[in-house]
Design a protein around this ligand. Structure first.
Ligand code: PGA
Length: 257
């Protein structure tokens, strides 16, 4: 696992966006050979999306032949709900780039049959053979997507319960009202993410410091879902200084600046 350490949030985002853009450009995707990209929501990726939009506007990058799969969606929220991940993705990224609507895949939170929706989503990913690059954030409790501590490393797309900690963390988007935060979500599994050819996880800010140490130096354990990255042959963990505050001297020495 590569560790990349940047001084602050904006630099971690710039590095990550540059990496993703390079990958897409080098792949040189076309209609018959699209680039398959896994994407997250949350505060962390916002700066990365801004950088990618800028690269698109500067004609450095096109998403015409990129197919995306988002990690998760809240159960029960309409696409048009301002806190749905559909809404988030279109507002913060997709509407600013040239991705064709049919290339965007996001789980349906309002599906009448969420279990079937999850199975079909997993199959849709499998039909693409592999995701070339999966980008993700991590939760303060070490979750990736909505795979909370204790989720199996083999897990696939499914309906999950959110922990109280995650509901509390996400209440900031629901006027601070815990009761408004859905308690369930549809989420890709840890296995789904780790099957990607490359996985990039990004952690910034001091609320991620404990999870960042656990991911980097702790044992590989299902109690810290993000620690699965240690086993990935092409895993990269990108941090800023605040998130890296608890890392040992040894890890800091190994980190690429
Ligand atoms: P955040 O969420 O980017 O909003 O901190 C990350 C996550 O919970 O996975």
């Amino acid at each position: 696992m590569r560790i990349v350490l940047k001084s602050k949030y904006t630099e971690a985002c710039a590095w990550t966006a540059e990496y993703i853009a390079d990958r897409i450009v080098q792949f040189n995707p076309d209609k018959n050979r699209p680039f398959i990209l896994g994407l997250p929501t949350g505060s962390t990726p916002l700066g990365i999306y801004r950088e990618l939009i800028q690269k698109f506007q500067q004609n450095l990058l096109s998403f015409q032949h990129v197919i995306t799969f988002n990690m998760d969606e809240y159960l029960g929220l309409e696409e048009a709900h301002p806190q749905s991940y559909h809404y988030f993705m279109w507002e913060n990224f997709f509407k600013h780039i040239d991705i064709p609507r049919e290339n965007v895949n996001i789980l349906q939170g309002k599906s009448p049959n969420p279990e079937k929706e999850c199975d079909l989503y997993e199959k849709k990913i499998a039909d693409r053979v592999e995701i070339h690059l999966f980008l993700g954030g991590i939760g303060g409790n070490g979750h990736i997507a909505f795979n909370e501590p204790g989720s199996s490393f083999q897990s696939r797309t499914r309906l999950v319960d959110l922990t109280r900690e995650t509901i509390q963390a996400n209440a900031r988007f629901f006027e601070g009202n815990l009761l408004q935060v859905p308690s369930k979500a549809l989420s890709v599994g840890i296995g789904t993410i780790m099957d990607a050819k490359e996985v990039l996880l990004v952690a910034t800010g001091k609320t991620k410091a404990e999870a960042a140490v656990n991911l980097t130096e702790g044992p590989v354990t299902e109690l810290v879902p993000a620690s699965a990255l240690q086993l990935h042959p092409r895993g990269i963990f990108i941090m800023d200084r605040e998130a890296a505050a608890g890392l040992s001297e040894d890890s800091l020495r190994k980190a690429e600046q």
